[in-house]
Design a protein around this ligand. Structure first.
Ligand code: FAD
Length: 503
């Protein structure tokens, strides 16, 4: 036990994961959440991003599964779809529809609201965790702010009837998301300003939910469950929509979220404009699929997508008594699907630090921040590697124009070279999958000679016309169902039983 009470500010992904890891170490864990939390999978005011698709990366799946054993089985039991994207998704890439092929990566597709609901159910099973709903956190309790003996000692909140409360705690965890005011409260109490790294690549998402036709009535061409169209990557004159990254993203309840996203472009806010945009995407198959479905929501648009890292680890002295987790410390461009996984990974770091510490002293908080930084470096570097190539990006991490131009020129060709080589070289495929899923860093991949050899070998074979799998298929047609899996290297199909091996 590390103390009597831990207080978690915010009851979304980071807050729930934090409550899960704190429960074994404190007599009582109190979660303060402004919203009234629905019993079912429903949208709520504090998490507007739940209207958009949410992928959980493999390292996040593993972290959540460690915090909440049985989480993934529960998600699947509630309708989450366990799929192998390389077999079950139609990818419209630069060279057309990617060939279908089995691989080591599986994913569970569901809505964000279902992920949260299943997590809330898991937290309800923890008898020493109390969630206070309708509780708006309004400040921190502190002593000697900024001084050597300074410490965060609790939090203040207003309940749903407007009454003010104070709660003393041995540990406070900030999980208030992107809009957290904790850094401002700390500054007002005497701590130095928290340095921030930012890069906003002006990503906009526009999404609408659809009901799919009943399973027996779906078109014969629908072997796929998920459809993705990547940006055109070609110079020339074409509609803005050719620059979109679009997803027909399957979720529970025989539904899909149709989502278009872009770097720096205006996007549809209304239903008519949304449908018109879908018609202009690079493949007509996407619009054909959408027209088979019934709209089930309004169009939802968000621009709250900039990368932002509050560098608590750079303070001369850690803030004793406080730990930030989730978007409250580091939010990412959602194209890379890193936010929830990074939050869960940080919660696991906290768990490891709690297990190894005798006291919650300055050394404990310094150790946590150093380990959390190591964990956050991996997704942050990936996000920077792509977003720094965009001219529209603003923020502290903007690079000089010459470097930006090189990054912009390199990023899609490198991505294309890796995905093409992945189809014929399982080492390249496994390495890239590990990087995408935050199990390996970009640096590790870039300095892996076997990986680089795989790319070069594929390039030579493709110049000599010796590749086995076609590069791609005509985007104006339906994606082909042909399976190009290597019969000599069969991949076990994804089932809940082999999930832990692949995740
Ligand atoms: C369009 C979009 C798509 C995304 N797609 C993905 C994806 O595919 N994969 C992925 O991993 N991530 C994705 N993300 C990121 C993901 O949504 C976040 O990383 C994740 O929600 C962070 O969780 P959190 O708990 O830190 O913060 P949040 O989910 O933002 O939760 C903050 C919580 O704090 C509560 N709160 C706020 N202020 C107060 C207060 N004063 N008092 C009490 N409670 C308060 C809120 O009600 C809320 O419950 C996406 C984000 C966006 C915007």
């Amino acid at each position: 036990m590390h103390g009597k009470v831990a207080v978690v500010l915010g009851g979304s992904i980071a807050g729930l994961c934090s409550a899960g890891v704190l429960a074994p170490y404190f007599d009582e864990v109190v979660v303060l959440e402004r919203d009234l939390l629905p019993a079912d999978a429903e949208h709520r005011r504090g998490v507007p991003q739940s209207k958009h698709p949410h992928f959980v990366l493999n390292s996040g799946r593993r972290a959540i599964g460690k915090i909440f054993p049985g989480f993934e089985d529960a998600l699947i039991a509630e309708g989450g779809l366990l799929l192998m994207p390389s077999m079950d998704a139609a990818y419209g890439e630069k060279d057309g529809w990617a060939p279908r092929k089995s691989s080591t990566m599986t994913m569970v597709y569901s809505s964000r609201i279902l992920i949260e609901r299943v997590m809330r159910d898991k937290v309800r099973e923890l008898t020493n965790v109390k969630v206070i709903e309708g509780a708006t956190v309004t400040g921190l309790l502190t002593v000697a702010g900024g001084l050597e003996s300074g410490r965060v000692t609790g939090a203040e909140y207003r309940d749903s009837s407007g009454d003010e409360h104070q709660i003393e705690a041995d540990l406070v965890v900030d999980c208030l998301g992107r809009g957290s005011s904790v850094n401002e409260w700390l500054a007002a109490a005497g701590w130095p300003e928290i340095p921030e790294r930012t890069l906003d690549a002006k990503v906009t998402y526009t999404s609408r939910w659809y009901d799919l036709p009943d399973v027996g009535e779906q078109p014969d061409s629908w072997w796929w469950k998920h459809m993705v169209i990547t940006p055109t990557q070609e110079g020339g004159i074409y509609p803005d929509e050719h620059e979109y990254l679009s997803n027909f993203f399957p979720i529970e309840g025989n539904r899909a979220i149709v989502c278009m996203g872009s770097w720096g472009l205006d996007m549809a806010r209304k239903a008519d404009a949304f449908e018109t945009s879908v018609e202009k995407l690079r493949s007509p198959a996407f619009a054909r699929a959408m027209h088979e479905c019934e709209p089930a929501s309004e169009v939802h648009l968000t621009r709250s997508t900039g990368n932002k890292w509050r560098r608590y680890d750079e303070l001369q002295r850690p803030v004793v008594g406080l730990v930030p987790i989730g978007d409250a410390i580091c939010g990412f461009n959602p194209f890379y699907a890193q936010g929830m996984s990074s939050a869960a990974r940080s919660a696991l770091v906290l768990s490891e630090c709690l297990a190894g510490a005798a006291n919650l002293d300055e050394a404990f908080f310094g150790d946590f921040l150093a380990k959390q930084k190591e964990s956050l470096d991996v997704p942050w570097m990936l996000a920077m590697a792509r977003d720094q190539g965009f001219e529209c990006a603003t923020g502290s991490e903007v690079v000089p124009a010459w470097r930006r131009k090189i990054m912009a020129k390199m990023s899609w060709p490198v991505f294309n070279a890796i995905t093409a080589a992945s189809r014929e070289d399982s080492y390249v495929e496994e390495t890239f999958t590990a990087v995408f899923n935050l199990d390996k860093s970009l640096k590790e991949m870039a300095t892996d000679w076997r990986f680089i050899y795989g790319l070069l070998r594929y390039r030579v074979r493709s110049v000599l016309g010796q590749t086995k799998v076609p590069a791609g298929f005509d985007l104006s047609l339906d994606p082909p169902a042909t399976d190009y899996s290597d019969p000599d290297n069969p991949v076990e199909p994804p089932t809940p039983a082999n999930l832990s091996a692949t995740a």
